[in-house]
Design a protein around this ligand. Structure first.
Ligand SMILES: Nc1nc2c(c(=O)[nH]1)N[C@H]1C(S)=C(S)[C@@H](COP(=O)(O)O)O[C@H]1N2
Ligand SMILES: [Mo]
Length: 432
């Protein structure tokens, strides 16, 4: 799954990044009206299938907006910036940088970074605290590259019934890129972890509103030092062979393959070894899921205080139909190629099945190129609608561990872990 970045592209990265080109002005773009609070019909979840017509609800309900280094994207909020990737980009397994979704929690996100003074600090319970410069990261460690899906814990939250608070994402709070960087473990080893350390904490550069010391003033996430995912995690300085867009965490972010994006700390600036578990807001109560099968519970049990909550970790298996998207009528009797993607946080997708009706039989779809166990896997299925009418197309993925997408939606108070089988309604017309 790993391969060295070619020396030439490393050199050009050094060149691009070494001369202070990291100073990217984000503050000179026009402001948007406050649609920050726009939500679909109060109290009603969006449908769990996407239908034909101009507003098929695959994405969230928002206006298109163009931010620096970004193509037009569906905007949820502008402060902090939250942008969803439009559906059509998922026809490919790799999501382009300029269309990769954006999610920040705090308002004051960095607009520019001066790489000549920027340092990555490794501190806390270590023998040898480090301050690594950007060239240090490129020169002192062996680069590795792999593709992995970054998905927000709250992707598809707008489907939750009953509705839960939080960004009402459609399905576009996810993306897959080829990440290049250095093994997190190598950096930790260089600093020398002192005995008695239990977790490693990652902190981003941005700050929140209000006084220092407020629970959410800084964005900090931690992983257990015993978690095997640390051996696969990298500090990435390139995304699809280019510097990370500022909004996606320039100059470096953590990549935690298989885990939800909340741990993929952007604009990573401090790595801190802790001798006790991190209880900061973003670890507790933030980003917790019920300690139940599939993270499923119900409002009554939560209210009764019966539900034990644990930190979110791996992404469940999912698949999506990307085309047809329901917008155009399909002629009866002619073959259509149904296309989509699938992925899982627990190793490779082994099977995608396709069906053309809710009670219909599942049949195997053809899997596309394998870009590694944590990447999107494209799939396609040939389908010839027999006659005119409305059809509900569905896709269902299975991963190597035998996990398969459920028929019913999950419910938990954070609006996390949605992976119900997706349906796409299409209209088939008589061929004229
Ligand atoms: N510094 C920092 N890193 C962060 C966050 C943040 O608010 N600040 N949000 C996390 C969450 S919850 C998500 S979904 C992803 C979004 O990554 P993206 O904006 O590159 O798509 O970043 C993660 N890393
Ligand atoms: Mo997220």
């Amino acid at each position: 799954m790993e391969k060295n970045l070619h020396n030439s592209s490393r050199r050009s990265l050094l060149k691009i990044l070494g001369v202070g080109a990291g100073a990217l002005a984000l503050d000179h773009f026009f402001q948007f009206d406050a649609f920050a609070h726009q939500q679909p019909a109060a109290g009603r979840a969006l449908p769990t299938f996407t239908g034909p017509g101009a507003n098929p609800y695959w994405n969230s309900v928002g206006k298109m907006a163009t931010f620096p280094q970004k193509a037009p994207m569906v905007m949820l909020t502008d402060r902090p910036v939250q942008l969803e990737t439009p559906r059509n980009y998922f026809l490919d397994a790799i999501t382009p940088n300029d269309a990769f979704f954006v999610r920040w929690h705090l308002e004051s996100t960095p607009n520019e970074i001066d790489l000549s003074t920027w340092r990555l600090r490794i501190e806390g319970n270590v023998n040898n605290p480090l301050q690594l410069s950007f060239p240090d990261l490129l020169r002192k460690f062996k680069p590795v590259t792999f593709a992995a899906v970054n998905q927000c814990s709250g992707n598809s939250r707008s489907r939750f019934e009953p509705r839960v608070p939080g960004g009402q994402w459609g399905n576009g709070a996810m993306g897959c890129a080829r990440w290049t960087g250095v093994h997190f473990r190598e950096i930790l080893n260089m600093a020398g972890i002192k005995s008695g350390s239990v977790q490693v904490q990652m902190q981003g550069l941005e700050r929140g509103k209000g006084p220092e010391g407020m629970p959410s003033y800084e964005f900090k996430k931690s992983l257990n030092l015993t978690d095997p995912v640390l051996d696969e995690s990298i500090v990435a300085y390139a995304m699809n062979g280019e510097p990370l867009p500022m909004l996606n965490g320039f100059p470096v972010r953590l990549i935690v393959p298989g885990y939800f994006a909340t741990y993929w700390v952007k604009c990573l600036s401090s790595v801190r070894l802790l001798d006790k578990p991190d209880e900061n807001f973003w670890m507790n109560p933030g980003y917790r899921v019920p300690d139940t099968p599939g993270g499923n519970t119900n409002p009554a049990d939560v209210k009764a205080g019966k539900v034990k909550m644990i930190p979110i970790s791996r992404m469940p298996v999912r698949s999506f139909i990307i085309s047809p998207d329901g917008d155009t009528k399909i002629p009866a009797g002619l073959p259509v190629t149904v296309r989509g993607i699938a992925f899982s946080g627990s190793g490779p997708v082994t099977k995608v099945e396709f069906s053309d009706s809710v009670r219909g039989r599942w049949r195997a779809a053809k899997l596309g190129e394998d870009l590694g166990p944590y990447a999107f896997r494209t799939w396609e299925a040939q389908w010839t609608p027999a006659g005119a009418g409305n059809y509900r197309l569905a896709a269902r993925a299975t991963d190597e561990k035998g996990n398969v997408q459920p028929d019913e939606g999950v419910w938990n108070p954070g609006g996390y872990l949605w992976n119900k089988i997706e349906q796409q309604e299409v209209t088939v017309g008589a061929a004229e």
